[in-house]
Write a protein that binds this ligand. Structure first.
Ligand code: SF4
Ligand code: SF4
Length: 433
């Protein structure tokens, strides 16, 4: 029985209509000193030091770049301890005990519109580098590197599709701060000398269309910004799919979209660009979804980076079920990482934590139905890759193009036999490097 599908129930009704709850006064924040891209760091402060909001307290080192680390509250530096990162690994975090005074560091000063209008691409790249802005949709890729492109760009795309089920924090961000998003987008357009921009949304998200078109109307006459509605299927938010459907541009695997005259930024990143350029502010807070059928009161939160998710679970009145009967997923349920603990800290790139009631499906043998093959957006043969993994046949894994997998989770979702096919393809990617 072939079950070809890219329709995934979205469960966003749990949170999307609720106003975002602000929780900006945690007693302590725990700032990640390492992350998925940066394994080493230098910490410039020691226990007992006083720091201000937005102050640089250290630097993370990645393969070919560095990321300044900023305090997200003012207060006193505590100890360094291991905390769970959204990647599922424990990493070093430094505690800052909040003094609740929100004392901004002297570097956090607004730029006038005139001063912004005079900024060049190099200036903006430097600002994003100093403010350590990265892809806030979860990629964590340094935004200054993207913005520094020397390719000729024709169109800037803001990806507001948010296709993962349950997630609605981008949706709320746009509804509550559309100007920040659009202004951030125009700064990107200014840097790259681009006049045409697209904000991509799902066609079922009419309130976003209304609010965005209302803000754009007549306010940014020097730019041609369109809101484009895309299909309600998964993974429509995959950047390559967005470019294909919004612009008719097919970016081949392994090539950079910039080569094709298009560049994409997530909606939270666009808002981050606005804060960095307008207010000289690093990412000190973010929108975050805490949801799932096992949480008593699912909610979107606006929180300080470094906030404990445990605290947010308390604010949501905890779990409906006993702790050992739930699945905790960091990120969306399709692409996220399962974890055994909710003792996780919100980092710049933590979009969500989903807590689901535990429904343990027993895997059945593959019935060769082909559903995974027909549904794969990357045109792979997941079942064949899985078989190659079982045989440890790396040549076949390579030949089947396992490296092209975007880990969208769709093959596992549609599998008639409830096999965790994505895990096999993920493993294949790792095995062939
Ligand atoms: S996880 Fe990979 S193999 Fe599976 S459907 Fe998505 S892209 Fe295809
Ligand atoms: S792995 Fe699952 S979806 Fe793919 S062919 Fe086998 S039973 Fe069907």
């Amino acid at each position: 029985m072939i079950k070809k599908s890219r329709k995934v129930r979205d469960y966003k009704e749990l949170t999307k209509a609720l106003p975002t709850m602000r929780f900006l006064e945690p007693e302590s924040v725990y700032i990640h000193l390492q992350n998925g891209r940066c394994k080493t760091y230098d910490l410039y402060v020691k226990e007992g030091d006083y720091v201000k909001l937005g102050e640089v307290i250290g630097i993370r080192h990645g393969g070919f770049f560095e990321q300044p680390i900023h305090a997200t509250v003012s207060g006193t530096v505590g100890t360094v301890s291991k905390k769970l990162h959204r990647t599922g690994r424990k990493v070093d975090c430094v505690e800052i005990r909040n003094d609740f005074k929100e004392t901004y560091h002297e570097s956090i000063v607004d730029r006038t519109d005139q001063a912004i209008a005079e900024l060049t691409q190099d200036d903006m790249v430097q600002i994003l580098k100093e403010k350590s802005l990265v892809g806030l949709g979860g990629s964590g890729f340094p935004s200054y590197i993207k913005l520094a492109t020397k390719e000729k760009i024709d169109t800037v795309v803001i990806n507001a599709v948010e296709c993962e089920p349950y997630l609605s924090s981008d949706y709320r961000l746009i509804l509550e701060h559309p100007r920040r998003v659009i202004a951030g987008m125009t700064y990107i357009m200014q840097a790259l000398h681009v006049k045409t921009g697209i904000i991509a949304i799902k066609k079922s998200k009419d309130p976003l269309y209304q609010v965005l078109t209302q803000v754009i109307k007549g306010k940014f006459p020097e730019y041609d910004i369109q809101v484009v509605k895309l299909g309600d299927y998964y993974p429509q938010g995959w950047e390559i799919e967005v470019f294909r459907n919004a612009l008719g541009i097919d970016v081949p695997h392994g090539e950079l979209p910039m080569k094709y005259g298009v560049i994409g930024f997530n909606v939270s990143t666009a808002a981050g660009v606005y804060d960095a350029i307008k207010h000289n502010l690093p990412v000190t807070k973010r929108y975050f979804t805490l949801t799932g059928d096992a949480i008593k009161y699912p909610q979107n939160y606006r929180v300080k980076v470094g906030t404990s998710v445990k605290k947010l679970i308390e604010l949501s009145d905890g779990f409906k079920e006993d702790y050992d009967k739930v699945n905790i997923i960091m990120g969306g349920p399709m692409m996220g990482v399962s974890t055994v603990s909710c003792d996780v800290i919100v980092s710049k790139t933590t979009t969500s934590v989903i807590v689901l009631q535990d429904t343990d499906y027993e895997e059945q043998p593959c019935v060769r139905c082909g559903s995974c093959v027909y549904s794969c957006p990357a045109h792979l043969e997941p079942v064949q890759i899985m078989n190659a993994v079982k045989r440890n046949d790396k040549d076949v894994m390579k030949g089947l193009g396992a490296y092209k997998c975007i880990e969208c989770g769709l093959c596992a979702y549609v599998c008639t036999s409830k096999i965790h096919v994505t895990d096999y393809v993920r493993k294949a990617k790792r095995l062939i490097g």
